[in-house]
Design a binder for this molecule. Sequence first.
Ligand SMILES: Cc1cc2nc3c(=O)[nH]c(=O)nc-3n(C[C@H](O)[C@H](O)[C@H](O)COP(=O)(O)OP(=O)(O)OC[C@H]3O[C@@H](n4cnc5c(N)ncnc54)[C@H](O)[C@@H]3O)c2cc1C
Length: 471
Amino acid sequence: MESVDRGEPNAIVSPQALDVRELKKQVFGPVLLPRDEGYDEERSGFELSVDHRPVVIVGATEAADVVAAVRFAAERKLPVGVQATGHGASVPVTGVFINTRRMTDVRIDAVARFTRIDAGVRWEEVIHEAGAHALAPLSGSAPFVGAVSYLLGGGLGLLSRRYGQAADHILGFNLVTADGRFLQVTADQHPDLFWGVRGSKGNLGIVTSVDVRLFPVERVYGGGLFFPGEAAREVLNTYFAWTATVPEEVASSMFMARYPDVDGLPEPLRGRFVVHLRLAYLGEPAEGEWFFAPLREAGPVIMDTVASIPYTQAGSIHSDPASPVSSFSKTLMLRKLDPDAIETIIKLAGPEANAVFGVEVRHLGGALARPADSPSAVGYFPEARFNVYVASLLESGQRDAIDNAQQQMLDALKPWADERVCLNFLVGANTSVERVRTAYTAENYARLQKLKAQYDPGNLFRFNVNIPPAP
Ligand SMILES: Cc1cc2nc3c(=O)[nH]c(=O)nc-3n(C[C@H](O)[C@H](O)[C@H](O)COP(=O)(O)OP(=O)(O)OC[C@H]3O[C@@H](n4cnc5c(N)ncnc54)[C@H](O)[C@@H]3O)c2cc1C
């Protein structure tokens, strides 16, 4: 794990020197020191490669708990980290750790078509509640990811080519700033924060709840088409040429890797190199069938899960792993994927490559390439057409080899690369300040640094995809 390079030196005190008696009176949830029972459970999360060792943990149950925790930290100049689920952890938190997992309220306004989501809510709860009203959020591939951080990082999901990034549909949020103020932020109230927080995750404050639009989506026609490694070249060429022909209602991605030979995996996939096309069509099944037909011809389909499904089951399309993992990943976006780029992918990650990582490529474009009605720091992706994410499960002693192999892949794809990356796909060791900078246009980054200097000059919120304050 990289050392914490977050602009400011860490001002950490020893837990023994911390007096948390007053804090305990102010906070409804648990306040835990390293010696306390429950500390280890509370500091853990989905991403096991990031090992948080905070001096104190506040298990927040409501916005007032977050305010108390931030004020406690600010008075002592202790840096602050926040976690809902741990899916997007960046660097280990060594200061005050606020866990929002108990803040799980979801309220739906089915008439106005929006939902108010508390900081600890996972998408699955929103999907379930909204589904009861025949509505859907712009959630991502995995229903167990935290909704608020996903939204603040942009949010690329199955409906994004049609409706844009999820952050574009935030209507307002409640925010605790580094000086412990509780602000209601909308396009009219604190417009600078409304612009900047949508795209900088926790750099400018901790969001305690978000209001975000819902969409009238009840069902999608989608699932996975699985092909054997021998067909990889043909499938990839067919698939990437096909992406240029489909409307915005079609979402898709490709994942390829050697699957482990373990119980629980469907028999046709076990121990095999597999190419997985993930597909979703927002419309009538017959039309979807017609759009997907050329892909079925691309090679021998060894498993086919495409069907008309309620949006509440949309997580089955990617079937991302649900249990905690120790992972290592890198990302970039591509402007195009021509046959030479496909050969590069096959050479470094195809069935013969024995690659130490799996490759995911998501189709972008559509609404993602157009400016949103209400601009945010996330911006939009005018040129990028694909998001590439290479990921490995970390096994001890392999980290350097994995790092090198993934970097070789990214370097080889540079001729087709966009200059920006997608913030939500920066995780763990891949979140250096320089890397985070590439998630923004130069103009937006400079504006964010100024906002950081204004709202968090001491970089209190630094255990994140960090944007140091402007000097
Ligand atoms: C399996 C998997 C699938 C994914 N699929 C997608 C996808 O389809 N599309 C997509 O866009 N992204 C996707 N992501 C990325 C994911 O959206 C981000 O990593 C997101 O930040 C995770 O949020 P979390 O709350 O679950 O994680 P956490 O680790 O709890 O939070 C991540 C970071 O967000 C910040 N943060 C958390 N809560 C708050 C808050 N209340 N206020 C301010 N800052 C906060 C903190 O800095 C924290 O370190 C995926 C990630 C995984 C692991």
